[in-house]
Design a protein around this ligand. Structure first.
Ligand code: PNS
Length: 163
C-alpha cells in the first residue's frame, strides 16, 4: 500500500489544487492532503477553515484524507509512514523553489521522502491562491478559480474592503 502526502498552504484551495488531488488520488492507494499550520505566515483562512474547505471539495474521493501539520514535513511523513510527497508544477518559475524543497526533504529525511511532481493541467496553470485572493479583494469574479462555496467564503472575508 502506497500512501502519499500532498502538503501545502491551501489558503484557499483552488481548482488547480483540486486537479492535482484528483490525479494523485488515482495514482496512490491513499492520499493525505496536509495543510501546513504556519503561525509565522498570516493567512486569510484559519487552518480549520482550510481543512474544512478541502474536506468538502474532496468528499467524493474515497482514498483522500485531509489533515494539518506543524513543523517539518519529513517528520509528519515519517510519523505517518509516508515516503512520497506530491507537488504541482505550474510553470518553470515554480521549478527552482520546488527543486530546492524536494532536494531538502530528500536530504533531511536520509532519502526516505521523495517528491513526485504533477504538471498542472493547462486550464489551471495560471491559478494561484494569492492571485485568487487579490482578485476577490478588488471585487473580481473568482468563480472560474475556486468552487462556488469557496468563492462565497472569500467574498465574506473581504466584504467592504478593497473597493
Ligand atoms: O502551498 P505552499 O505554501 O507552496 O506549500 C509549501 C510547503 C507547505 C509544502 C512547505 O513550506 C513545507 O513543507 N513546509 C513545512 C516545513 C518544512 O518541512 N520545511 C523544509 C523544507 S525547506
Amino acid at each position: 500500500m502506497i500512501r502519499a502526502v500532498y502538503p501545502g498552504s491551501f489558503d484557499p484551495m483552488t481548482y488547480g489544487h483540486l486537479d492535482v488531488i484528483k490525479r494523485a488520488s488515482s495514482m496512490f492507494d491513499e492520499l493525505i492532503v496536509a495543510v501546513l499550520n504556519n503561525k509565522e505566515k498570516s493567512a486569510l483562512f484559519s487552518v480549520e477553515e482550510r481543512v474544512n474547505i478541502l474536506k468538502e471539495a474532496t468528499k467524493d474521493l474515497v482514498n483522500v484524507k485531509i489533515d494539518s501539520f506543524s513543523g517539518l514535513l519529513i517528520n509528519y511523513a515519517a510519523s505517518n509512514d509516508i515516503h512520497v510527497a506530491v507537488r504541482g508544477l505550474r510553470a518553470v518559475t515554480d521549478f527552482e523553489y520546488e527543486l530546492q524543497l524536494a532536494q531538502t526533504n530528500r536530504q533531511l529525511s536520509h532519502e526516505k521522502l521523495d517528491t513526485v511532481f504533477l504538471t498542472t493541467s493547462l486550464e489551471y496553470a495560471y491559478l494561484s491562491s494569492s492571485g485568487v485572493k487579490e482578485i476577490a479583494y478588488f471585487g473580481g469574479d473568482v468563480s472560474p478559480c475556486v468552487p462556488d462555496f469557496v468563492a462565497k467564503m472569500i467574498q465574506d472575508k473581504y466584504k467592504g474592503k478593497g473597493e
